[in-house]
Write a protein that binds this ligand. Structure first.
Ligand code: NIG
Length: 386
């Protein structure tokens, strides 16, 4: 296919520092990359011309935190929560049982269903995790299935201690044979540093083992109460610490003074009825903030980045521009791919053509018209996928 000119763009969000928004814009996609962008009036000729009739165009969403390799659902647990029960990490065991019992094909099909659902809502770059296998063979196959469909794979063997094992024996497994089996498929290691899962010293042990195996670090921290997850992530130079609901002033200062991205998960906060992560305070303090879905069957069964962006604006008090940046470029930084030639989370000449068109004239409509399906078209690597 030759060059495609996408023109009559009412508002083009690029995330480029010097030209983050261009009105009456156009861009050219060629060989999977952005070959040109600028004012529509200056656009060079191209083989194919697609008019978007004044709609808004922006980078595809970068969903930097999901748990999509699983089987079964936990709607009964969700209903009990809506009736007043508190979320506890114990529900993870239900999904572990269902995941171990599923075939490779069932897990891969479920992942495809969720990935495609996400794409139809504008997600063009996806991280996903293991963490519902929790034995060597099941974690290895989760990672293999994830690597076939996701852009980035994170090893989360340290999700909880599975039934029937003591913590010491399980840590030896995670940091030894399980890490060895999963590392070839993964770019990151993660740990659920929380009461009911792993404490700070156990989390440190997991992360240091992952680092020795060549993996980047990320942490599930400060979700269900204040703990040492954020401080540990900053101390070890983790790429991100995710959840960040219960933060002290010192945690916020530490994040602001670090390269560790604070990833907030608004859909999870609503579904668990936990206090929302303080995204506004994090942003104002100077921390780098990312927004992700945390798609999983327990705490956040949604693939919808638009829903997360709307919630971050309406309830976490980010501006629409901040929320869109956090859900695109912020996610790319959290995944360590911001410096790649693909320009993940940006629309830039030479970068990968991962973009979406909204059924709206501006990104403001993402929060102004919450719950309305506003994704009009999606390109991944220059190919139209929705
Ligand atoms: O990110 N917090 C830990 N892990 C998931 C929940 C997993 C589950 O309950 O199945 C999360 O919320």
């Amino acid at each position: 296919m030759g060059a495609e000119l996408i023109t009559d763009i009412g508002e083009l969000t690029t995330n480029l520092p010097a030209r983050s928004r261009i009105t009456r814009a156009a861009l050219i996609v060629e060989s999977g990359r952005i070959a040109w962008l600028g004012a529509a009036a200056d656009a060079p000729a191209a083989d194919i011309v697609t008019s978007v009739d004044g709609r808004a165009v922006l980078p595809g969403w970068v969903d930097s935190h999901t748990h999509m390799v699983f089987a079964g659902d936990r709607s009964a647990e969700f209903q009990a929560r809506m009736a007043g029960q508190k979320y506890a990490a114990g529900g993870i065991a239900t999904t572990v049982r269902a995941t171990r019992a599923a075939s490779d094909a069932e897990l891969a099909t479920n992942l495809t269903r969720l990935r495609d659902e996400a794409r139809r809502q504008g997600t063009t770059f996806l991280e996903t995790k293991t963490g519902y296998g929790l034995d060597v063979a099941s974690e290895e196959r989760s990672a293999r299935i994830a690597a076939a469909q996701a852009d980035i794979v994170t090893f989360l063997g340290a999700h909880v201690v599975p039934d029937g094992l003591d913590t010491r024996a399980y840590l030896d497994l995670v940091t030894g044979p399980m890490l060895g089996a999963v590392a070839p498929y993964a770019q990151f290691i993660d740990v659920f540093c929380e009461r009911g899962a792993f404490d700070v010293e156990q989390s440190r042990e997991v992360l240091e083992a992952g680092r020795r195996a060549g993996l980047g670090l990320r942490v599930h921290g400060n979700q269900l109460g204040h703990g040492g997850g954020v401080a540990l992530a900053v101390e070890l130079g983790a790429a991100s610490v995710d959840h960040c609901n219960a933060l002290s002033d010192a945690d916020i200062d530490a994040l602001a003074g670090s390269h560790t991205v604070a990833t907030v998960l608004p859909a999870c906060d609503l579904s668990t009825r936990e206090p929302l992560a303080p995204a506004r305070r994090l942003w104002d303090a100077g921390a780098t903030v990312a927004i992700a879905t945390n798609c999983n069957p327990g705490t956040s069964y949604t693939t919808s980045m638009p829903y997360c962006v709307a919630t971050a604006v309406l309830q976490m008090h980010l501006t629409i521009e901040e929320a869109v940046w956090a859900a695109t470029r912020g996610g790319a930084i959290a995944l360590g791919v911001a410096g790649s030639a693909d320009s993940v989370g940006l629309l830039d000449v030479g970068g990968r053509a991962d973009l979406q068109v909204l059924e709206a004239p501006s990104i403001a409509h993402l929060a102004y018209r919450p719950g309305v399906p506003l994704t009009a078209a999606v390109w991944v690597g220059g190919e139209r996928v929705a």
